[in-house]
Design a binder for this molecule. Structure first.
Ligand code: ADP
Ligand code: MG
Length: 248
């Protein structure tokens, strides 16, 4: 149990660092990589072998930068989290081009149906994007090739929550694994870290929310449940209120 607590502590730190630094470096790297891969294919199709090789070397360097960022993240300092009132559709729209680009490389269509009107939530937009990036990456890895990932949203007025759903047409998660996927270091992938969902869980729990998994044999929906606030209320006041609640 001590070991679990230690790992959870380390995860909290990793999550904050990942939120602060990784997106700044990784998002542009991801689009660079995506476009270079397209260029590589196109050059190959035109028989431009020497140019294709240059692009291939550029891609390899990008992978090296990625690996360095990983190392750096493990050593770096925690980043300050800035909670504020935000609009989910706007935050989602900012990260969708990156996600759609990555999906496209795998012949996967990413459909974004997250739209206003929606009540605002409290959070750090960069953390929300980090969570979406991790969950959509998992969805892409689950689908592998050709399929659809759909982002939808619904509201539960009774619970005063917003549900952000990421649905994929992948193979689903076997029932006996569902309880384990949020465990730190649990992975079924050859090169997986098993940290993605543990970090997501931590970020969403810090916002007073939770992540639910709906997977019945075929396809998976990861549901991010977040409390919403009234449009008229001050977001800062709500955030302070919630912080007090959790500190008691
Ligand atoms: P990693 O991606 O490094 O394996 P994660 O914490 O992101 O670590 O995910 C843990 C595990 O949960 C994955 O290895 C996979 O088995 C499972 N998983 C997560 N998302 C999905 C999904 N959309 N479809 C199927 N399995 C999934
Ligand atoms: Mg993952």
């Amino acid at each position: 149990i001590d070991d679990k607590i230690l790992r959870a502590d380390r995860l909290a730190t990793i999550g904050q660092m990942a939120a602060g630094t990784a997106h700044e470096i990784r998002n542009p790297l991801t689009s660079l990589r995506g476009f270079l891969q397209l260029l590589e294919t196109s050059l190959a199709e035109h028989g431009l072998e020497k140019e294709r090789e240059y692009v291939h070397l550029m891609l390899k360097e990008i992978l090296r930068i990625n690996a360095l960022v990983d190392q750096f993240l493990l050593l770096g300092k925690p980043q300050a989290v800035r909670y504020r009132k935000l609009r989910l559709p706007a935050v989602v729209a900012e990260i969708v081009p990156v996600l759609a680009g990555e999906a496209m490389l795998h012949d996967i269509v990413l459909e974004n149906r997250v739209q206003e009107p929606l009540p605002p939530i409290i959070g750090d937009p960069e953390l929300i994007k980090q969570v979406l990036l991790n969950i959509v990456k998992n969805a892409i890895e689950a689908v592998e090739r050709q399929g659809t990932i759909t982002l939808t949203v619904d509201v539960d007025p009774e619970m005063r929550t917003v549900h952000l759903n990421v649905h994929d047409t992948g193979p689903g998660i076997p029932p006996y694994l569902v309880d384990r996927i949020f465990d730190p270091f649990f992975t079924t992938k050859k090169d997986g870290t098993g940290l993605g969902l543990a970090v997501c869980q931590r970020i969403i729990q810090d916002l007073g929310g939770q992540i639910r998994v709906i997977s019945k044999g075929f396809g998976t929906t990861m549901q991010i449940v977040l409390p919403y606030v009234d449009d008229t209320e001050s977001g800062a006041a709500e955030a302070r209120g919630r912080k007090r609640d959790t500190e008691d």
